[in-house]
Design a protein around this ligand. Structure first.
Ligand SMILES: [Zn+2]
Length: 174
């Protein structure tokens, strides 16, 4: 569902499990839309920890009803910005990720929660994308030998998208 025909990040994560024999992978999704397809696919797959932040309530009107241990939702109300997002990441994603100790980190990198993006009503900034990428890379270095794969998802205001992608990439490439 959503805007995508195929769930690319789910294909990559499944490939890591099935073709490369990994036993624990994490998918991080900070696109403003809930990753309902990813959640559906891995809901009953204990080898995958899925952490998603998203505007709620908002299209596709899912999330925040997770009833399995491998789903960590951070719903954010309209108008939420850096403080709420970072608190959600610190209080919910990072402890769950550290406990899970993934062997590989996959990022659904959507930048449509940016304050300049009219697609949503969240107020993230370029700096928030730098910060969350730093946190995720540090986590990957703690548990996964630094292995991170990031795929571009949403982002509909071209200036903000370009700057946010550069901020994200600059952290990843060191
Ligand atoms: Zn989106």
């Amino acid at each position: 569902m959503g805007f995508c025909l195929f769930d690319n990040i789910a294909v990559a994560a499944a490939h890591a499990l099935e073709a490369h024999g990994l036993s624990r992978v994490a998918i991080i999704d900070f696109d403003v839309h809930h990753g309902n397809g990813t959640e559906d696919i891995f809901r009953d797959e204990p080898r995958v920890l899925f952490c998603s932040s998203f505007q709620h309530p908002f299209y596709p009107f899912t999330g925040h009803a997770s009833d399995t241990a491998n789903l960590v939702d951070v719903p954010l109300g309209a108008g939420a910005g850096s403080a709420e997002f970072r608190a959600g990441v610190r209080d919910h994603w990072l402890p769950a990720l550290d406990a899970f100790a993934p062997e590989f980190l996959f990022i659904s990198a959507g930048f449509d929660a940016h304050v300049a993006d009219d697609m949503s009503h969240l107020q993230l900034t370029d700096d928030d994308y730098t910060w969350v990428t730093q946190e995720l890379l540090a986590l990957a270095r703690r548990h996964a030998g630094g292995r991170v794969l990031s795929m571009l998802e949403g982002g509909y205001e071209q200036g903000a998208l370009a700057r946010s992608v550069v901020a994200h990439m600059n952290v990843l490439i060191g």
